[in-house]
Design a protein around this ligand. Structure first.
Ligand code: FAD
Length: 483
């Protein structure tokens, strides 16, 4: 069967694109694991928007300021100018953001936003509610537990994908392919992402000669509870700091003011770096303190965080919780234009976290990513409908490739350590070179294709970090002691 559109990924971006492709189109959504296993499901704080026309300039300015000069202003304007109508469409189709008893939407503020403009749902479960809602509206078939392992590209055109379906490889053909496969969390030892978010499609793009850009721009979240066993760690949303939580050391000192006059409300890269630096310099642990919250308000406003922390044995909001930064969000990704098109490959699109539209520049403003996923998903779907044409089908051979080797798991874990130690919050040229050599050595070993995806993506991050010699935004490079 030849599809009109294949969508790789069932997070917010993939599902929202699906909603704009009519039922009479043959669309297939492919999804690596169970549908809830995606970053969208875990989004807590909310979705940012320009509240009204008067707020557009300010939302654009906040986004550009966070991006530290590396945003594409046209992309940022597209994002901001479409934000109100995108959110209104979602509300009109039945999605419920949190509102007061008179039905007024409740806007909150997060770090580096100059006003309250974040909408949330289910308190701190915005992503879960939105993902569930979009799934309930999804008009198209979905193939779960199936992993895309190749893109069928010939002479600058994309004809479909190869999937690994219960260990069997097979080709699925389509006139258009939308990549909505999310970020790179599993490359890092500590991260907040869903475990299956492991940079497959970014690695595949490297293999196919498709450009990734801004890959050095990897964002770390400052307030994560990392003392648990799993690689995926519990994120404590920025909305907590936006609404009064403080960051303190073991002695109760609010040390963030030593680094930035905005203290807890500085952008997340500044807060991450400050916590990292302060803990290293003083040997003191960092904590998030909820003392400013009244018990019932905390429980109702942040019900999931409340429950998760209580389950872990913390008597919140009374008791403070130890925190550390952890990898959170891939700003860089597959280069696209403003309609999600991947340059030089006809019929190939990328949207959501996997894409680089350059709306985030050197640093993503909090809660702009769900918005980016929604806005650019719709634009990609509309672009496909506008330029829809049936391709002459071509048969592609199914390659007999080894997906995993026996030792790949241990090598994956080694890669996570290499990335955390050398390519995370504070980087040095020596550390990056060391990472580059170790990754290359792993690439030269006998490894499966799935590990190769991770290693190739990791190498792109290292190469981009080495190429940018000055610190900017989330990319912080410290002079080596022997420089
Ligand atoms: C803990 C947490 C909290 C967050 N909070 C916020 C927030 O408050 N506000 C905000 O704006 N952003 C937030 N973010 C970021 C935001 O959630 C993500 O950037 C966004 O949801 C990404 O959506 P997506 O659709 O691009 O990807 P995802 O939701 O990650 O979906 C990716 C999909 O691709 C599939 N996939 C991956 N590889 C393959 C493959 N090889 N084959 C087939 N399918 C594949 C996965 O199975 C999944 O279905 C948060 C992120 C996390 C992790």
């Amino acid at each position: 069967m030849n599809y009109d559109v294949i969508i790789v990924g069932a997070g917010v971006a993939g599902l929202y694109a699906a909603q704009y492709l009519p039922r009479d189109k043959k669309v297939l959504i492919i999804n690596k694991r169970e549908t809830f296993k995606c970053n969208s499901f875990y989004a807590q704080g909310g979705v940012a928007l320009a509240v009204d026309d008067d707020d557009i300039e300010s939302h654009v300015k906040d986004t550009l300021d966070a991006g530290a000069g590396l945003c594409d202003e046209e992309a940022v304007r597209t994002l901001s100018e479409s934000s109100r109508s995108t959110i209104d469409d979602l509300i009109r189709s039945g999605f419920e953001f949190d509102s007061d008893k008179d039905g007024n939407l409740l806007y909150t503020k997060e770090a580096a936003h100059s006003r309250e403009r974040i909408l949330h749902a289910g308190g701190d479960a915005t992503g879960r509610h939105m993902h569930h809602f979009l799934l309930s509206k999804n008009p198209h078939p979905m193939l779960g537990d199936t992993r895309v392992v190749d893109l069928l590209i010939k002479d600058g055109e994309c004809y479909g994908v190869t999937v690994l379906d219960h260990r069997e490889s097979r080709n699925i053909y389509a006139d258009n392919v939308i990549i909505a496969s999310g970020g790179v969390g599993s490359l890092y030892e500590y991260h907040t992402n869903a475990p299956c978010i492991s940079a497959d499609l970014q690695g595949l793009c490297v293999l196919k000669g498709i450009e990734l850009e801004n890959m050095e721009m990897m964002q770390f979240h400052p307030t994560v509870y990392v003392n648990s066993e799993n690689a995926q760690k519990l994120l404590l949303t920025e909305a907590l700091r936006g609404e009064g939580a403080t960051v303190v050391d073991e002695n109760g000192k609010r040390f963030l003011f030593d680094y930035d006059e905005r203290g807890e409300l500085a952008s997340r890269d500044i807060v991450s770096k400050a916590i990292y630096d302060y803990s290293k310099k003083t040997g003191l642990k960092a904590y998030i303190d909820f003392n400013n919250f009244e018990y019932h308000y905390f429980m109702q406003r942040f019900p999931n965080i409340f429950k998760n922390l209580q389950d872990l044995g913390f008597d919140v909001p009374e008791q403070r919780v130890p925190i550390s930064p952890a990898f959170h969000y891939a700003i860089g990704g597959i280069r696209t234009d403003l309609n999600g098109r991947v340059p030089h490959v006809k019929g190939l699109y990328a949207i959501g976290e996997v894409a680089s539209t350059k709306v985030h520049g050197a640093n993503r403003l909090a809660s702009n990513s769900l918005l980016e996923g929604l806005v650019f998903a719709r634009r990609a779907a509309e672009d496909i409908l506008k330029h829809s044409e049936n391709k002459e089908p071509i048969e592609f051979e199914i390659l007999d490739e080894i997906m995993s080797e026996k030792d790949d798991k241990a090598k994956k874990n080694l890669l996570r350590k290499i990335m955390w130690e050398n390519v995370s919050i504070v980087r040095t040229k020596n550390g990056l070179n060391d990472a580059f050599n170790q990754i290359n050595a792993l690439l030269n070993e006998k490894i499966g294709k799935l590990l190769k995806f991770r290693l190739l993506t990791a190498r792109e991050i290292v190469l981009a970090a080495l190429a940018r010699e000055e610190s900017i935004g989330v990319h912080f490079i410290k002079k080596d002691s022997n420089d």
